[in-house]
Design a protein around this ligand. Structure first.
Ligand code: SF4
Ligand code: SF4
Length: 429
């Protein structure tokens, strides 16, 4: 259909018009797209999405619910970008289309309410506290691992297993050791570590301090904003980007480190882009981007840490998080850390960097697809025979624990720093 829209009506996606034009329709992205592998539909794959973006720009495609659904069906895993010979920035195009859709149609009221709370750290903390106290009413312990299932199951949600919200969110006052000659690191915990996996945060503190680092944390655990940007709320995501810099202003630190690659990518890639036109923030965002690290990269590339003091007798297989492997180019560092633990034997799975299907809130909004993508990952993990699954992302950890549980498999899934901390703890006993 044709449209009377003028270019001014589509400023967000129009900014990517040149990028949309460079797709040569070769189809290389088809072979690597986890969504296409399940849906076998053209809008599922990068090429189809880029064509949809071109159709929006030409006025041939309305910005309606069907268009929104097509762009929502993407894990933003970047596998297509890695395979693309033309260098099409597919994820930027997908995110721009999602933002354009929200600018044109508005944010649904449920998302407006949820994101309104997520944008305010105090409200987020109060909501997480209340949910942690009430979760027993909605969830019951699963028979395997430390997971929960819905008490009153419905549809696909009945199959899913979730980790409980932490009774005590991650908090670290710092100063467990006196400020010494070592670097001072700001450990950015993010929502998943703070509210779901505080053990990852404590393990990160342990391995950093053991390496001679002074650890500080932000005054408030604020969301990095990726969930908002992933749903097209660019204004909300930018608000959260500003908030990070406002609350970090009074802190002195040499480097920012996170145990969640989505959070790290925000400081390295997203904030400089979101704040590029804001004189108050642009230079600070660039400066901080240059000294922000994933924790495994910081331990290996900056600190050159040695092996832990203790041993762990285990065969471990490692899953590469998309935002760490393709987003930040970090693949060897976690493997070096794991292989360096005395007693650990690494057993690689087939396609370790294939998306697990978690992708943050994608696992909630696209449950069937998320589970189907994850089921392939579970098969690859089981085939390794490894006793432990390690990854370097709390979101991947949650998804892998769920899909393995659904496959009837009870092997533990942990973050890389948790294994390092466990080896150190063994030595301390
Ligand atoms: S691989 Fe790149 S150029 Fe080829 S169809 Fe996919 S997005 Fe277009
Ligand atoms: S980012 Fe991943 S899921 Fe999205 S189109 Fe590319 S390969 Fe497919």
């Amino acid at each position: 259909m044709s449209s009377a829209r003028s270019p001014e009506d589509l400023p967000t996606i129009r900014a990517l018009a040149d990028a949309v034009a460079i797709c040569n329709r070769c189809g290389n992205c088809q072979a690597v797209c986890p969504v296409y592998a399940e849906t076998r539909t053209e809008p599922g794959v990068a090429r189809g999405k880029v064509r949809l973006a071109a159709a929006i720009l030409s006025g041939d495609l309305p910005v309606d619910a069907d268009t929104a659904a097509a762009f929502a069906t993407c894990t933003t895993c970047m596998a297509c970008e890695e395979a693309c010979p033309s260098g099409v920035p597919v994820v930027d195009i997908v995110n721009a289309a999602r933002a354009q859709i929200v600018e044109t149609r508005g944010l649904p009221w449920v998302k407006r309410a949820v994101f309104g709370g997520v944008k305010r750290p105090g409200i987020l903390r109060a909501a997480a506290d209340a949910a942690a106290r009430l979760q027993g009413a909605a969830f019951k312990p699963a028979t395997d691992r430390d997971l929960r299932r819905l008490r009153f199951p419905y549809g696909l949600a009945a199959r899913r297993a979730y980790p409980p919200l932490a009774a005590r969110p991650f908090a670290y006052p710092g100063a467990r050791r006196k400020a010494g000659a070592g670097p001072r690191v700001l450990l950015f915990p993010g929502c998943m570590v703070t509210y779901v996996y505080p053990g990852i945060g404590h393990a990160a503190v342990e391995v950093l301090e053991r390496a001679g680092v002074d650890v500080v944390t932000p005054p408030e655990a604020a969301c990095c904003g990726v969930p908002l940007e992933a749903h097209g709320d660019l204004a909300g995501a930018t608000e959260l980007a500003r908030l990070q810099f406002d609350q970090l202003d009074d802190l002195e630190f040499d480097a920012l480190v996170a145990a969640c690659p989505t959070c790290t990518s925000s400081f390295v890639h997203r904030y400089p882009r979101l704040l590029a036109a804001e004189p108050r923030y642009a230079a600070r965002a660039q400066l901080l981007a240059a000294r922000s690290y994933d924790i495994t990269s910081y331990l290996v590339d900056v600190l050159s840490v040695g092996p832990p003091a203790g041993r762990l007798e285990a065969t471990v297989t490692y899953h590469d998080p998309c935002h760490l492997a393709r987003g930040l180019g970090v693949t060897q560092q976690p493997r070096a850390l794991l292989a360096g633990i005395p007693g650990v034997r690494l057993s690689e799975m087939r396609e370790p960097s294939r998306c697990c299907g978690g992708a943050g809130s994608f696992s909630l909004t696209h449950q069937e697809l998320s589970l189907a993508i994850g089921a392939r990952k579970a098969v690859d993990i089981v085939a390794t025979g490894a006793e432990v699954v390690a990854t370097s992302c709390p979101g991947c950890r949650m998804q892998l624990a769920d899909v393995l549980s659904q496959a009837g498999d009870s092997r533990p899934v942990v973050h890389t720093v948790e294994l390092l901390a466990a080896a150190n703890e063994g030595a301390a006993r």
